[in-house]
Design a protein around this ligand. Structure first.
Ligand SMILES: C[S@@+](CC[C@H](N)C(=O)[O-])C[C@H]1O[C@@H](n2cnc3c(N)ncnc32)[C@H](O)[C@@H]1O
Length: 196
């Protein structure tokens, strides 16, 4: 399976880089493509991205190597949930490289779907996940054969900042070893800058 991240945010922030590092570790550099990178101004991060996967300036709809009949867009607005049997139907899973927003703005549907008319779509439940959590969840379903409803998640994770203060992250996270799936540096950053 190849995993494609269509980068849709204006620039390439450190936060996105942490998520992209997690994705590369999860699926392997050789199975990962980052597309739509033409507008990135942060050249340093763009260079670093080349160590994480294949990089493409062009948007997804211009990539010749992708057969749209064998591709699936992961979109929270899709009607069907990704299932282990989908492993036989698809060779490419496509995700939006978008940071979460609260409340969700349906940006996958608004920005990515129109570039892929007729594409098959699947959801990963009805709650918004970060792109790295969405990729890992999809991989568990199609490569490890674990149905979505057997996967353990934590919703609205409450991150403790001090004895008296905490911040709620309004997303769904994979829950492993008693903690949410998140880059260590992102967790540290959130503890140090809980209100942005
Ligand atoms: C942070 S999400 C983008 C959320 C954005 N608020 C939206 O509504 O589309 C980043 C990407 O992860 C994937 N994703 C996250 N949660 C998902 C879900 N519940 N079902 C399917 N895909 C999901 C999608 O590919 C999405 O473009």
């Amino acid at each position: 399976m190849k995993y494609i991240i269509e980068h849709l945010d204006e620039d390439l922030s450190q936060w996105s880089m942490w998520e992209y590092e997690q994705i590369s570790k999860t699926v392997g550099k050789e199975n990962l493509i980052f597309s739509n990178l033409h507008s990135i101004k942060n050249k340093q991060n763009l260079e670093k991205l080349k160590d994480l996967g294949e990089t493409k300036e062009e948007p997804i709809n211009e990539l010749k190597q992708i057969d749209p009949k064998r591709a699936c867009l992961l979109d929270p607005s899709a009607e069907r949930t990704l299932c282990p049997e989908d492993a036989d139907k698809f060779d490419f899973l496509i995700f939006g490289g978008i940071l979460g927003d609260n409340p969700p703005q349906k940006r996958t549907e608004k920005l990515l779907s129109p570039r892929l008319p007729g594409i098959q779509k699947r959801n990963l439940g009805d709650m918004q996940m970060s792109t790295d959590n969405a990729v890992k969840t999809a991989k568990m379903i199609v490569e490890d054969g674990i149905p979505f409803d057997k996967i353990e998640f934590i919703d609205n994770y409450e991150l403790k900042i001090t004895e008296k203060e905490s911040v709620v992250l309004p997303y769904r996270y994979l829950f492993e070893d008693n903690k949410p799936f998140m880059h260590k540096k992102l967790l540290k950053y959130l503890r140090e800058h809980p209100f942005g």
